[in-house]
Design a binder for this molecule. Structure first.
Ligand SMILES: *Cc1c(COP(=O)(O)O)cnc(C)c1O
Length: 364
């Protein structure tokens, strides 16, 4: 059996470093907002070639807090792809703003810059490009539009640790970026964790207060803040794991290359190769017109798969007010996408076996 993802196996190469980090935090007697969070923030900001990093409790909070910190008027609109992950959309709603969906590029599954301008209104305040599956959105034209219409750009980089666009790292491609270190991400904690990167000093200062009850000085509250702090323990674990991230992403690229060159089934649509971006292959997502049949077949062959994602946000009950809208590209993607196993713990032989099974699949 090849599981879709075995986190115990993924964390095995880090075991000694993680144990050292845990012991250090335990011995320190200091567990919230201390040296470990400071140290990780410095390391991760440098890694992203960004000036500031603010650790928070999770990825959803990272995005939500930035949108709150920008203090847009209550009716403001934020543009997001209609196939975005639900957390990207929830962050907009939780900040009291209105998500405005646009269809993704059907080849890359990413926010399509060509569709943005037609939905910009006098209420639009921000664009939220999601670097879905590990590939950066086409940020050149997105930033140009943002500049032209005076909009903020918030990257959702939760799937793109280490990805680049024209040589620049994700997290440094807009006004701010939200990160998640959920255990299954390319850089994953042993629990919930998140961060924001930005080059905006004032925003970083405000976010440091917003994550901690809106307080920069103990018992002095300048904003209606949250409790969204990054634990010392998770920060220490993330600092321990960060040095291996580039190597792990490289291994993901090698495995993705095996899939890209090996899969020849004519009914399978493959993700496009890198162009100006360097993908970190958080997920390897193929498409098949009879996705569920293929998924069952692979399961019978001992191959675990997943679907990211089965239901688009506008068809979720939580967004029932959007149910009447139609996004045919997005709806087709949600019917057809299938995520194959891809993580640094997989062997070449395992991927070769998966490729063979996919090439042998015929349901007609
Ligand atoms: C994981 C993820 C999030 C949310 O992160 P959490 O830490 O689970 O809150 C947001 N956006 C994307 C694209 C994600 O993959």
């Amino acid at each position: 059996m090849i599981p879709f993802l075995d986190l115990k196996q993924v964390n095995e190469p880090h075991q000694t470093a993680i144990q050292v980090a845990i012991d250090r935090v335990l011995a320190s007697g200091w567990y919230i907002l201390g040296h470990e969070v400071d140290a990780f923030e410095r390391l991760f900001a440098d890694y992203c070639q960004s000036q500031y990093c603010v650790g928070v409790a999770n990825g959803l909070d990272a995005l939500t807090l930035v949108l709150k910190a920008w203090s847009f008027p209550a009716t403001s609109e934020v543009i997001v792809a209609s196939n975005a992950y639900i957390a990207s959309v929830l962050s907009i709603t939780h900040a009291g703003l209105t998500p405005v969906f646009v269809e993704p590029d059907p080849q890359t599954y990413l926010l399509d810059p060509a569709r943005i301008e037609s939905v910009i209104t006098s209420q639009t305040r921000a664009i939220l490009p999601v670097h879905l599956y590990g590939r950066c959105c086409d940020m050149g034209p997105i930033n140009e539009l943002a500049q032209q219409y005076n909009l903020k750009v918030l990257e959702d980089a939760a799937q793109a640790h280490g990805a680049t666009y024209k040589g620049k790292r994700a997290g440094n491609l807009g006004d701010a970026a939200g990160w998640s270190f959920y255990p299954s991400k390319n850089l994953g904690a042993l629990g919930d964790a998140g961060a924001i990167t930005t080059n905006d000093a004032e925003l970083a200062t405000r976010l440091r207060a917003l994550r901690n009850y809106g307080s920069a000085q103990k018992y002095v509250n300048d904003y209606l803040g949250h409790n969204s702090r990054l634990d010392e323990l998770q920060a220490a674990i993330l600092s321990a794991k960060l040095p291996l991230l580039d190597g792990e992403n490289q291994r993901r690229r090698e495995l993705a290359q095996l899939y890209l060159t090996g899969i020849r089934n004519p009914d399978v649509a493959l993700p496009p190769p890198d162009q100006v971006e360097q993908d970190v292959w958080h997920l390897f997502v193929i498409r098949h017109p009879r996705r569920d049949t293929l998924r069952t077949y692979l399961h019978q062959k001992g191959i675990g798969t997943d679907v990211h994602y089965p239901v688009p946000p506008h068809h979720q009950r939580a967004y029932v007010s959007y149910a009447q809208l139609s996004f045919p590209i997005s709806e087709q993607l949600h019917r057809e996408v299938l995520s194959l196993p891809l993580n640094p713990g997989l062997t070449d032989d395992q991927v070769t076996y998966i490729v063979e099974m996919i090439n042998q699949f015929s349901d007609i």
